[in-house]
Write a new protein. Structure first.
Length: 751
């Protein structure tokens, strides 16, 4: 906007001088109390008296307002055209110069897209008595008058077909109780936000939720879990907020850092971050540089040596280094009778430990922190059992833990000792999303053994190590050659690479394991050598060449549904798992799940959610951590019940644990006949089938293939294009991650 905007014969500066009480500012205590019971009015815009594109401050006259006739609305709200029907919440104020006005907290144009949002909101279950069918009928019955009817004349609801007097009264009471936040709910529903997300926003900002949504929507992306940058950006554009607004640049920087975190990186170098964010936002690099500085000043990011971290990840990485240094510096208690304890284990387990295995056990008994790493067939499980036996004999309380339920279950079976997930060990509290075990209330254990440590991300490592008392010892076990954690960081690799933590790397493959084609080929792959398929029917590792993705998909269907079950006696759903590098394409998870579902479970009673059918006996996977239900990202279960009318399903995880899902929860479930290799970490399957094609080029790497092969216990089938296989074997840097943990550990060790 230019320096002055004309308002008839009054300049903008003169107008704003007469309206000091209308400046946007944090509410006083009195205003906050009044805001809890705002007035709602509905009317039609008659005249736009003033509006500023720069600030979105507007003065409009609205007519046809019940009991008032015509009202002047003032405040910061979206642009509206003459003739538009609007619904506003706020309070009447009296200005000394202009008389009575309505100070707007939030305003929603009652347009077709608003009615779509209203229908979503009403059908969400947030108002008892209204489901999808009734919500549709109500909106169809009253159209653009729907909000006005609910606000001022809810008695008309009984005219809606099938809506009885009792239900109408129930709806009337529920709407009245929701009215305080109904505008923000409808606004958010219009932009695709779920009622649960809208409720989180209201919980976060309280009486100021509407003001934040309409004046600073980018704050939602930076401050509210579940609001993405794209959603906030869409909302901001509809509210007329400029594309070069400083908050947009800041939210964009946080979004890019979030994307990098999703890819496993703890940080970004500043020039790359600025370039990537400026391209995404389509703004000059200078805007992004200023945004980084503003975020740094506000404490949202940390800039260190021209590297940019989110504050959370910087704190986690720094803390992990500090925790390990604290444990390494504390004196270790010498265990008596170590040789006798090891000899006792050998007798009872009927094994003869190899020199490296014995070295690993002695290190675990003598050091405060030790890492034991090695591939399949190198005896990691035997060492864990031996370490546990030695520590038990010394009277130490030992806790066993792993990142996932599946890995913890395998650990418990292998050791005949209780093992839990890390979240359960740390007593995670879903309501507060925090761990009850921490430095103030450490674990009741003298020693901690953590298995499958390659799956532990930097934040979880921080929480775990922070709960270990300085007198305790920690044994970290894992395969550093597997894919790193799904979350950011490469904890196990970085700890090993630092050279600060004592590490025993097992490299001897024992005789029984060496007879396995799966184990032998896993080590071939690690060395960059071509895996060798078996020619014998009784083999356990097969390589079947296919180059065309469609032909590969057809072969995979044949292998899973007919050949493997017939030859090896395995159940095609429960025992055979397809692991693929990507989601898209004929040999990706989406297409393979559809074809395998059609072949294995074609006529099940099912519901369709976002184009995916979920039916009784379908194999499904949880795709996000749900701490309240104790179901975690990557957990696989089987659908045991479906309610088609209510769109709910029940899934059985493990042997007998049933978990119910409402329609609003179904986004976290996907079919699991085929899953990504990344999602398979920590799991073992009787048989795996792995497509490896040139279409998967961007994902191919040696440790990706290695991870897939080592998921198999009895049988592994590669359906591979020889060219793709060569690319995978030659690529060793695909999963490199940006982090500073190894450097921090070395620096702490020198201090």
């Amino acid at each position: 906007m230019s320096g002055q905007t004309r308002l008839g014969s009054v300049t903008w500066r003169a107008w704003t001088r007469t309206l000091p009480v209308l400046a946007v500012s944090p509410p006083t205590a009195a205003e906050a109390r009044l805001a809890r019971v705002p007035t709602t009015l509905t009317g039609e815009v008659e005249r736009i008296t003033y509006e500023s594109e720069a600030t979105s401050f507007r003065v409009v006259r609205v007519g046809q307002v019940e009991g008032k006739g015509s009202v002047v609305l003032v405040g910061v709200f979206p642009a509206v055209g003459t003739g538009t029907r609007v619904r506003a919440t706020g309070d009447y104020v009296v200005d000394s110069r202009h008389g009575e006005q309505f100070k707007v907290a939030t305003l929603v144009p009652v347009a077709p897209d608003t009615l779509v949002g209203l229908e979503k909101y009403l059908s969400s279950g947030v108002i008892k008595g209204i489901g999808p069918a009734y919500a549709k009928r109500i909106v169809q019955a009253f159209g653009t008058e729907t909000l006005d009817v609910l606000d001022n004349d809810p008695g008309r609801l009984h005219r809606v077909s099938g809506l009885g007097a009792k239900r109408a009264e129930s709806i009337q009471r529920a709407w009245a109780s929701q009215r305080v936040m109904s505008n923000v709910m409808v606004l958010l529903s219009t932009h695709g936000a779920s009622p649960a997300l809208a409720a989180r926003i209201v919980d976060k900002y309280g009486d100021r939720a509407a003001q934040v949504v309409q004046q600073s929507p980018y704050r939602l992306a930076m401050e509210v879990r579940g609001v993405g940058f794209k959603s906030a950006d869409k909302m901001a554009k509809s509210l007329g907020i400029a594309g070069d607004h400083p908050e947009r640049a800041q939210a964009g920087v946080m979004h890019v850092l979030g994307e990098l975190s999703d890819q496993g990186h703890v940080m970004s170098d500043r020039p790359s971050l600025v370039e990537r964010a400026s391209q995404m936002l389509e703004v000059d690099a200078g805007h992004v540089e200023a945004a980084v500085d503003a975020l740094w000043a506000s404490g949202r990011v940390v800039v260190e040596d021209d590297l940019v971290f989110t504050a959370k990840l910087h704190q986690a990485e720094s803390s992990v280094a500090g925790h390990l240094d604290r444990l390494l510096e504390a004196p270790a208690t010498e265990l008596e009778g170590l040789d006798a304890a090891i000899a006792s284990f050998e007798r009872h387990a009927n094994v003869a430990l190899a020199p490296l295995q014995r070295e690993a056990i002695e290190a675990a008994a003598k050091r405060k922190v030790v890492v034991i790493t090695g591939g399949p067939g190198t005896g990691k499980t035997t060492i864990v059992r031996a370490v546990l036996s030695v520590l038990d004999k010394s009277g130490l309380r030992v806790a066993l833990s792993a990142p996932t339920g599946r890995a913890a279950k395998r650990l418990a079976e292998a050791t005949a000792h209780e093992a839990t997930t890390i979240h359960r060990l740390l007593e995670f509290e879903p309501r507060t999303r925090s761990f009850q075990r921490n430095d103030e209330r450490p674990l009741d254990a003298d020693a901690l053994i953590v298995d499958e440590a390659s799956m532990v991300d930097i934040s979880l490592a921080d929480a775990l190590l922070g709960a270990v008392g300085s007198a305790a010892r920690v044994v970290i076990v894992g395969d550093a050659d597997q894919l790193p954690s799904v979350g950011p960081g490469a904890f196990l690799r970085d700890v090993i690479a630092s050279g600060v933590v004592p590490t025993v790397r097992l490299d001897e493959i024992f005789r029984q394991a060496s007879e396995s084609g799966i184990v032998a080929n896993a080590h071939h792959i690690l060395r960059g050598e071509k895996p060798e398929g078996s020619d014998a029917p009784e083999g356990d590792f097969f390589v079947i060449p296919r180059s065309d993705p469609v032909e590969a998909a057809m072969l995979i269907r044949e292998l899973v549904t007919r050949r493997i079950p017939q030859r090896f006696g395995l159940n095609p759903r429960d025992d055979v798992q397809v692991l693929t590098p990507m989601h898209r394409g004929p040999a990706g998870t989406i297409a393979l799940n559809a074809t395998l579902q059609e072949a294995l479970n074609p006529s099940a009673a099912c519901i369709t959610h976002r184009g995916v059918k979920l039916g009784i006996d379908d194999k499904v996977m949880q795709t996000r951590n749900d701490y309240e239900r104790e179901v975690f990202n990557g957990d696989v279960g089987v659908v045991r019940a479906v309610d088609v009318r209510e769109k709910t399903i029940t899934v059985r995880f493990d042997e007998n644990r049933l978990v119910d899902y409402e329609e609003s929860d179904l986004d976290v479930l996907t079919l699991a006949y085929a899953t990504s290799i990344h999602k398979s970490q920590g799991s073992e399957y009787p048989a795996v089938v792995v497509p490896l094609l040139t279409a998967h080029f961007v994902m191919l790497s040696r440790n990706l293939l290695y991870t897939a092969v080592t998921r198999a216990k009895r049988l592994c089938c590669l359906v591979a294009d020889p060219r793709a296989l060569g690319v995978a074997l030659g690529e060793t840097r695909r999963e490199d991650r940006m982090s500073k943990l190894a450097d921090r550990l070395r620096a702490a060790g020198r201090a």
